[in-house]
Design a protein around this ligand. Structure first.
Ligand code: TYD
Length: 205
């Protein structure tokens, strides 16, 4: 039987530099001979990308918070079943830009939906969770500055107080899952952040 791959997720506010670190980690893992799959949420499959379009469409101002939470969970269910679980079973490393912690931070804390979000996500993922999560810590005001040049989606257009609650949510998750979630100061240099990630990965491999 093949050794199961590791499920690695990246979390943090918009504009916190996740993408850069994800690519550096992929290169590092591949240099060590590991197969890697990169993916993102919401998305990662044809069906999940269609759900993503519905969720992030700026015109959908009337979207109910519970509908939003369920759509993220639906996109995730498809992603887990079609991409993540099969890859892990094959022994492939899966690096995912956002996962259930995003729903906890944005929907449970940001939207104030609370524990129901955890329940629907446990159902959606069939209990699958990351082996390790790198959380890029960045104050919401700073994140907004970093993405100010690009066109904003429906979530990014939310007011600062929403993003403050998301930030508090991430801090709470970090406290609740200290063994899994590695908080990293996103204001560090690209190389310094990469080194923190590599150190943890060496422990896990
Ligand atoms: P995306 O452009 O992928 O985010 P990023 O800023 O990381 O590039 O957009 C995803 C948006 O959806 C982002 O604002 C976070 C939000 N989101 C949730 O609210 N809940 C979730 O479960 C996920 C996966 C994302």
């Amino acid at each position: 039987m093949k050794k199961r791959g590791l499920f690695i997720t990246f979390e943090g506010p918009d504009g916190s530099g996740k993408t850069t670190q994800i690519h550096l980690l992929k290169e590092w893992l591949e240099a060590k001979g590991h197969h890697c799959v990169l993916s993102r949420e919401p998305g990662g499959t044809v069906i999940s990308e269609k759900i993503r379009e519905i969720i992030l469409d700026k015109e959908h101002k009337e979207m109910d918070p519970r509908a939003e939470a369920l759509l993220y969970a639906a996109a995730r269910a498809q992603h887990v079943a079609q991409v993540i679980e099969p890859a892990l079973t094959e022994g492939t490393m899966v690096i995912c830009d956002r996962f259930t912690d995003s729903s906890m931070a944005y929907q449970a804390y940001g939207r104030g939906l609370g524990e129901g979000v955890e329940v629907i996500n446990r159902f959606a993922t069939d209990g699958l969770g990351p082996d390790v999560t790198f959380l890029m810590r960045l104050a919401p005001s700073e994140g907004k500055n970093r993405i100010s040049g690009r066109e904003n989606d429906r979530m990014e257009l939310e007011k600062l107080d929403f993003h403050e609650r998301v930030y508090e949510g991430y801090k709470a998750l970090e406290r609740d899952y200290p063994d899994r979630i590695i908080g990293i100061d996103a204001s560090g240099t690209i190389e310094a952040i990469h080194q923190v990630i590599v150190k943890r990965m060496e422990e896990l491999l």
